[in-house]
Design a protein. Structure first.
Length: 82
């Protein structure tokens, strides 16, 4: 993992007292899942930043980097055909 990516991932926090421990952006009550779902639905980053003034562009990049790290660690095993 590159230092720049590590710095981005530092923006993702997990605290059992905030959103029941879901990964959030800098401890805010904005979850990584919420941002990812909005982006997947086609909501432009600019709209997210306008809707959530406490968000910063780096937070959106951190969300994507976090998701990439999870996928990179995922192991997929093919199901044998019958």
């Amino acid at each position: 993992m590159k230092a720049k990516e590590k710095n981005l991932l530092d923006r993702i926090t997990i605290d059992p007292k905030v959103l029941v421990g879901k990964p959030t952006i800098r401890g805010l009550r904005i979850s990584v899942e919420q941002i990812l779902r909005a982006l997947a639905a086609g909501v432009p980053s600019e709209d997210l930043l306008a809707d959530y003034p406490e968000l910063e562009p780096e937070d959106i990049r951190a969300t994507l980097a976090y998701a990439a790290e999870l996928v990179a660690e995922e192991q997929v095993f093919p199901i044998p055909s019958r």
